[in-house]
Design a protein around this ligand. Structure first.
Ligand code: F6R
Length: 245
């Protein structure tokens, strides 16, 4: 696990973007694993600005998103489908047919999970971007999700619903279920970049980097990944005991 500690959110986004750009420039048909939430927005802004200025080409890039709410229509402002269009896809030349986001509405959900997993299996994710929940979740794999899980339906932890309430008018509007890549699906990615900022993430980050690997903090499994970089600010790093870059 490589740990990079910087001062600002912008620096987190810049460092993560450098790694992603290098992959996209060197492999025209790179496969990107994408996350939603606040953490990756700076990375996506960098990708959009760079595409505008340097014409970095995404026309053969394939994307897979980590997760989507169940029972929230695609058109809803807070669906991850809308999030990705509003925060990234509108500003780069990725082709619609190369974008994959789980569907959480109007489908046989069990079948949708299997299909999504099989579809990912046709590719290899070159780099997976991750945020981390304040309870240590990755994707929507909440504490106690088996490490060998594949794409599945989850009941969101109360903590996650409370954390995500800020995007909705009130808690009752926050969906209770989601479809998520599993932990086994995520760790199959060749490279993983986890970004986190702010003191709300400090417990989860200290456990992930320096704690014991355990189901109660799903992100701890990343300690076993051969190529995982964690990029955080000083607030998120404030409980770490060891020295890092
Ligand atoms: C989002 C996702 C989640 C978030 C996590 C952190 O696709 O899978 O694991 O990365 O909940 O969310 P933010 O970045 O909003 O703090």
């Amino acid at each position: 696990m490589k740990v990079i500690i910087v001062d600002t959110y912008q620096e987190i986004s810049d460092k993560a973007f450098e790694i992603i750009k290098d992959i996209v420039v060197n492999k025209k048909d790179a496969v990107l694993g994408l996350a939603t939430g606040s953490s990756p927005i700076g990375i996506y802004n960098n990708m959009i600005q760079d595409h505008k200025e340097n014409k970095t080409d995404y026309s053969n890039v394939v994307t897979f998103n980590l997760d989507e709410y169940v029972d929230l229509p695609k058109e809803h402002k807070q669906s991850y489908y809308s999030f990705m269009n509003d925060n990234l896809f509108y500003g780069i030349n990725v082709k619609k047919e190369n974008i994959h986001i789980p569907t959480g509405v109007g489908v046989d959900l069990e079948k949708a999970c299997l299909d999504y997993e099989n579809n990912i299996g046709n590719y290899e994710i070159d780099v997976q971007i991750l945020g981390i929940g304040s309870n240590g979740h990755i994707g929507f794999n909440e504490p106690n999700t088996p490490f060998d899980s594949t794409t599945h339906i989850v009941t969101l932890a109360e903590k996650t619903r409370l954390d995500n309430q800020r995007f909705f008018n009130d808690l009752s509007e926050v969906p209770t279920k989601a479809i998520t890549m599993g932990i086994a699906t995520i760790v199959k990615s060749k490279k993983i970049i986890l970004v986190a900022n702010g003191s709300k993430k400090k417990e989860a980050i200290s456990r992930t980097i320096e704690g014991e690997i355990g189901l109660d903090c799903p992100a701890t499994i990343l300690q076993n990944h051969p190529d995982c970089t964690i990029i955080i600010d000083k607030e998120a790093a404030s409980l770490l005991k060891n020295k890092y870059e």
